[in-house]
Design a protein around this ligand. Structure first.
Ligand SMILES: NC(=O)c1ccc[n+]([C@@H]2O[C@H](COP(=O)([O-])OP(=O)(O)OC[C@H]3O[C@@H](n4cnc5c(N)ncnc54)[C@H](O)[C@@H]3O)[C@@H](O)[C@H]2O)c1
Length: 437
């Protein structure tokens, strides 16, 4: 693809649609409003705080990213969403218990006005919760059409010029791609036939992509990443990205593992365990939802360490991931990693990481960056999979036949080079010979 010949300006309001208005979604919306009111800093957001070097190291050109590319301004964001519970965003945020009451009080009037639309839900995919705010329809296709109507209605009532969506709903049960997911035609027929392998998140993804709305998937379940929806996204010029926000333990894993590989240090095993007590943790108690999350968390080491290329270093590694629901911790997860590495002559060493993190505090800036960059991609005419947004995701989507890049620093370089490419700037290779000529 050639570089975009022009990027349409970010004029008017950007409507942000969130299927799933729980801990992450409400922490994100509350945070945007606190930043807009000047009460907090958007820490963790590359679009708000990051800079980008242009040209040579001696040129002294390092603009803010949001001055370099035309991103929507925070003041122009308006919000909507769906949930199976009727709580407005204030009540949902209070239940989630991520932000303290003082911060929440500052944004109470704003959050209270955001009321969830009725959700497309199927308890077969999320077994441990159920709620009253649910759409009725004879077929899954009827539900998807209702979501499309919600999207059109939100656009009208919110006065948004453009829309963008990010799935912040619960993790659904594990599914493998099947024939019904392979083409838009088969997918539509399967929705009409209530096929059991069509999940609610796929209905949102289909409704958004066929309505021209860019879509990111923040959870690990199969959704926007099926061939049927990827094809529709390409055909309709709609940017998509997924999946599973890369927040705590996996963020650290994708920083440490590349360091071991770069230095040719070996790995015998990596044991990761988590305790968390939010609703996400409750949903992940179900083996079906856990399997989806486990697959997403396990993939990264195989791809980064390439045991097939380095059998003597990584051929025998054991990688285990455990998630334990432990209510006292709420959203404040503890992620322990025990890493058994070995060095020169095979001598063993250990590294222990104990990350006392806050899940939704880490996820909220990712939601913000994903939606702003997806909106930018759409205005630049870049439809289909946005691999340059892998930086934010645990299981990045790629073109068929391509393995994903998990190394955080490769991902960061890819993201920034994509921005340079979009604006016709020279790409940065870090070769640097010219300084010595
Ligand atoms: N917080 C993190 O660090 C992090 C990292 C990676 C991925 N995620 C994923 O992000 C998602 C959201 O996490 P959270 O902590 O906000 O969870 P949460 O349980 O607080 O919120 C999820 C919300 O989705 C709603 N929901 C479930 N199915 C729905 C449907 N079909 N339609 C509409 N709403 C639906 C639930 O009622 C709930 O309110 C989860 O899938 C989680 O695995 C979170």
């Amino acid at each position: 693809m050639d570089k975009p010949s022009k990027i349409a300006p970010a004029k008017g309001k950007l409507g942000v649609l969130l299927p799933g208005m729980g801990a992450v979604a409400t922490t994100f919306m509350a945070g945007v409003e606190l930043v807009r009111k000047g009460k907090a800093q958007p820490v963790g957001s590359l679009t708000q705080l990051g800079t980008i070097r242009l040209g040579k190291r001696t040129d002294g050109r390092t603009p803010q990213i949001n001055k370099f590319v035309p991103l929507a301004n925070l003041k122009d964001l308006v919000f909507g969403g769906w949930d199976i519970f009727k709580d407005n965003a204030y009540q949902a945020a209070a239940n989630a218990g991520v932000l303290n009451p003082q911060d929440l009080a500052l944004v109470k009037p704003f959050l209270s006005k955001i009321k969830p639309m009725t959700a497309a839900f199927d308890p077969n995919f999320v077994r441990l919760i159920d709620g009253p705010n649910i759409k009725k329809g004879k077929t899954k296709y009827d539900l998807a059409l209702q979501i499309k109507a919600d999207i059109a209605n939100f656009k009208k009532t919110s006065g948004a010029d453009r829309l963008v969506a990010c799935w912040c709903g619960s993790t659904e049960s594990f599914l493998k791609p099947e024939a019904v997911h392979s083409t838009p035609k088969k997918f539509e027929a399967a929705m009409k036939a209530n096929h059991p392998s069509i999940s609610p998140s796929m209905l949102y993804a289909w409704a958004c992509v066929t309505s021209g709305v860019p879509y990111a998937n923040g959870s690990p379940n199969l959704s926007v990443d099926i061939p049927a929806i990827v094809t529709l996204a390409q055909e309709n010029g709609v940017p998509i990205a997924g999946k599973d926000f890369k927040t705590g333990q996996t963020l650290i894993k994708t920083v440490l593992a590349p360091a071991f590989k770069a230095r040719m240090l070996g790995l015998d095993g990596w044991f990761s365990t988590n305790i968390l007590g939010n609703r996400d943790g409750e949903v992940l108690e179900d083996p079906g939802s856990f399997k989806t999350k486990e697959e997403s968390k396990l993939g990264v080491l195989e791809y980064i360490l390439q045991p097939d290329l380095y059998p003597e270093l990584y051929g025998k590694m054991h990688h285990k991931v455990r998630i334990n629901y432990y209510p006292p911790r709420g959203d404040n997860k503890e992620g322990w990693d025990n890493i058994d590495i070995f060095g020169w002559l095979g001598y063993p060493m250990q590294i222990k990481v104990d990350f006392l993190c806050r899940d939704s505090i880490l996820a909220a800036p990712i939601v913000l960056d994903l939606i702003l960059f997806l909106d930018l991609a759409q205005r630049a005419g870049m439809g289909g999979i946005q691999e340059w947004l892998s930086f934010y995701l645990k299981s990045p989507m790629t073109a068929e036949g391509l393995y994903p890049e998990h190394d955080l620093f490769i991902q960061s370089m890819k993201l920034k080079n994509t921005l340079r490419w979009m604006k016709g700037e020279e790409l940065i290779t870090h070769l640097g010979r010219e300084y010595y000529d």
